[in-house]
Design a protein around this ligand. Sequence first.
Ligand code: HEM
Length: 226
Amino acid sequence: MNALTRCLCSYWSSSIGKKLVVAITGLALVVFLAGHLSGNMLMYVGRDAFNEYAHFLHTMLHGVGVWIARVGLLVMLVLHVAATISLTRQNRAARQPYEYKATQKASKSSRIMILSGLTILAFVVFHILHFTVRLDTDLKQLGATDPYGMVIVGFQNWLVVLFYLIAMTLLCSHLSHGVASIFQTLGLRSKKAQGLIQTFSIGYSVLIWVGFVSIPLSVIFGILKL
Ligand code: HEM
């Protein structure tokens, strides 16, 4: 084992090392969400604007750009989930029975984080099969020529819309706690800044929720149409 591998292993086995991995990968995913939402808002500008944006994403850097982004995102997601699972196991193993009551509140909040995190993971798998792999043959044909039309057709089913609404609500709950935790882990949560960080975390989560749920709802209620 060389020095770098040994250093990485000891970093990973420490709880602070894993917390930093969760915070940094979480930050990258938070930035991705802001970018993805901004792009999706082009649905309101019109078919041409959204289709040009989708075309740009698929052709930037001669088609390599989208794959760099996909690999980067996947690495962030896998590290985020792996570090969280490992941290939860480590905390459980370290907990003494007499400490149980004192940590009950923290456990409840981390259980909610795990539940919302797993739902978001299931959502991402469904979402990729829905709009990127396009298992539905109608969506597959539209996706290649008219991504705007693909999103409109993709949200014609109430069950799909309902699943998006539930997943976005859990995403909002996950973010409202997660964004504040990022500041804490990175040592940026001073007593003075605490109120501001709380307001920013909740404001960001609500913005993400409103933006993302607005699209399936606008489609199903006929505000966005073909
Ligand atoms: C209603 C809300 C959303 C809409 C309308 C939407 C729309 C889309 C579309 C059209 C694509 C396909 C891009 C392409 O390949 O051309 C896509 C991909 C993707 N979306 Fe979303 N999205 C939404 C919410 C989300 C959320 C909340 C997340 C994360 C939690 C997310 C994560 C992703 C990921 C990871 C991809 C795959 C990127 C790729 O590999 O091509 N999306 N989305």
